[in-house]
Design a protein around this ligand. Structure first.
Ligand code: AMP
Length: 205
């Protein structure tokens, strides 16, 4: 591939609000939201990869890196071909990927990370409450059991948080995850608006 996709990462523990904020951002012209959790959830549950996803996610575990990267590449390609994601003018907002150091290294070939929004909650118990509420609202099996939630949070600390060390600290922007969706979005846009403007000035419209 000749050019890397200009991307921003929505980063944070499960329950920090990446999905909610990603959906809001995706409604703003020039941002394209892509969630790997959504990508996996839309798979046919009878397919091989759909069954693999069910196996891992029901335990709160991550899908193996190789499968994830392959699926993600095909997914981005499909959105590009369908002209849903216009790589020359949209900032790709990645929600839920990369989630391991190996994924970060594999994706380096495909994405140029312009900024990282690290959604931070001062009280981690708030995350657990949010996940339980969402499990009921969205019938998500991965968040229905407290032990699965704890496992997701442990895996985040062990596998995902080290992803941040792979990037120049100047790219990482901490945003308060506690507040109304509009308040949190305000914090995110204060960071992203200048990044988007700079990205657009370096790519042809
Ligand atoms: P999420 O909605 O982002 O919490 O993702 C739900 C589930 O999808 C996770 O618990 C994983 O099983 C799987 N998943 C999503 N993104 C990734 C990823 N980047 N790497 C591995 N597994 C993932």
């Amino acid at each position: 591939m000749s050019e890397r996709y200009q991307a921003i990462l929505l980063f944070g523990a499960p329950g920090a609000g990446k999905g909610t904020q990603g959906l809001l951002l995706g409604n703003i012209p020039g941002f394209f939201h892509m969630s790997t959790g959504d990508m996996f959830r839309t798979l046919d549950h009878h397919s091989e990869v759909g069954q693999l996803f069910d196996q891992y996610s029901s335990r709160g575990e991550l899908v193996p890196d190789e499968v994830t990267i392959k699926m993600w590449r095909e997914y981005v390609h499909a959105q590009t071909v369908l002209s849903l994601y216009k790589s020359h003018s949209d900032l790709l907002c990645l929600d839920g990927i990369p989630r391991t150091v190996a994924q970060t290294q594999a994706m380096n070939e495909y994405i140029d990370v312009r900024g990282i929004i690290h959604l931070v909650a001062s009280n981690p118990e708030e995350m657990v409450t949010r996940l339980q509420k969402r499990a009921i609202e969205q019938k998500r099996v991965d968040d229905a059991k407290i032990e699965v939630i704890r496992n997701r949070l442990n895996i985040y600390e062990r596998e995902t948080r080290p992803v941040l060390d792979q990037f120049d600290p100047s790219l990482i922007h901490e945003v308060n995850a506690i507040g109304t969706p509009a308040e949190v979005l305000g914090g995110i846009l204060r960071v992203l608006a200048p990044i988007q403007a700079a990205a657009h000035s370096t790519v042809p419209n």
